[in-house]
Design a protein around this ligand. Structure first.
Ligand SMILES: [Zn+2]
Length: 342
């Protein structure tokens, strides 16, 4: 496949990215709009996230993923996550504030954006020339330990959630807790509730014991939305070969991420990320590998979403056939979403 053929395939394929932190980044960069809108009149949009988190300067700059950059990079659909780890008091209010901000952005960009509630919505959005957003929560502390919150978040359109961040959560221990335990009783309840609602359980950030507990108790396949391969880079956020194999056997997908320290401790590079993709495909198989950039949350290996075709060009350069490229770019994520959220 030559360069032009690879770029054509990228444009025409359904491209799905399984993790970004872009909405909170937009708030912290001065309550920016997803179309790049910015100005003093937007100060009135400052809500709970804006109040609790520090602003990042300069305003209006430093964003990796928004409407223009998704369009430039040929990304058709993305999981927009709200990481509720640092709310200083109320995880749920923090989640609702950021989700509300995002919903308002979608309403203000009806020609560009739509929220996807079902897998089919992703396909329809591409047909309509719109970008599809999957609402996601990072860290189930957002539920504030209530059994009644998740069904309401589902009604809002939230379709996927990580159980923890890297530290201790009510559902279990994240990957950076020393001598961490497995899922708590609450964590098991959350997994069961997500299975019942048709929400995709995300095991990224979870420690290894929790990972095995989820694989054991989840009735549906799960995603690791933004992680890499431990055997190429020994970082607790990455998955061992054993984990990759088990995730795939259950029908799950790993979204390989662009966080430099997860790609290589010494010399992270695009080539090294391609090595992770090669490796994940060898171990987990061609049907279980996708992309989960972590743009605006540390996914700095590529400058921004506009550079996404570099991945396709790199994989094409390594001899991957068109069917394999389409699976990695989005079909594997789509298959998993079909199976879990319907
Ligand atoms: Zn994360």
């Amino acid at each position: 496949m030559n360069r032009e053929e690879a770029l054509n395939l990228h444009r025409e394929a359904l491209v799905i990215d399984s993790h970004n932190d872009s909405i909170v980044a937009h708030i912290r960069r001065g309550n920016l709009g997803l179309g790049g809108e910015w100005g003093p009149e937007r100060a009135g949009r400052a809500g709970v996230v804006a109040y609790l988190r520090q602003y990042l300067y300069p305003f209006g700059e430093g964003i990796q993923l928004d409407i223009p950059r998704m369009r430039a990079g040929g990304i058709d659909a993305a999981f927009f996550a709200v990481d509720t780890t640092r709310p200083w008091g109320n995880h749920l209010l923090y989640a609702m504030d950021a989700l509300g901000y995002l919903v308002r952005e979608v309403e203000e960009h009806p020609a560009d954006l739509r929220i996807a509630r079902r897998a089919e919505d992703l396909i329809q959005a591409k047909r309509e020339g719109k970008l599809a957003l999957l609402l996601a929560i990072e860290n189930s502390n957002a539920l504030e330990q209530s059994p009644h919150v998740l069904p309401l978040l589902y009604q809002l359109g939230v379709r996927t959630m990580t159980l923890t961040h890297s530290d201790r959560a009510w559902a279990g221990d994240g990957c950076e807790v020393e001598n961490g335990g497995g899922l708590t009783r609450f964590g098991r309840t959350v997994v069961a509730q997500m299975n019942e609602l048709g929400m995709l359980v995300d095991v990224s950030h979870l420690n290894e014991r929790g990972f095995w507990d989820v694989l054991d108790c989840s009735e549906a396949p799960v995603i690791a939305s933004h992680s890499c391969c431990r055997s190429l880079c020994d970082h607790p956020r990455n998955l061992s070969d054993e984990q990759l194999r088990a995730l795939a056997e259950k029908g799950g997908v790993v979204g390989l991420t662009f966080v430099p320290s997860f790609v290589d401790a010494r010399a992270p590079s695009l080539e090294r990320l391609l090595d992770h993709l090669d490796h994940a495909m060898q171990v987990a198989g061609i049907d279980s590998v996708g992309l989960g950039s972590d743009f605006d949350g540390g996914g700095d290996l590529l400058p921004d979403a506009a550079a996404y075709p570099e991945i396709t060009l790199g994989l094409a350069g390594r001899g991957y056939p068109p069917e394999a490229l389409r699976k990695i770019l989005g079909e594997n994520h789509l298959r998993l979403l079909r199976q879990v959220i319907g």
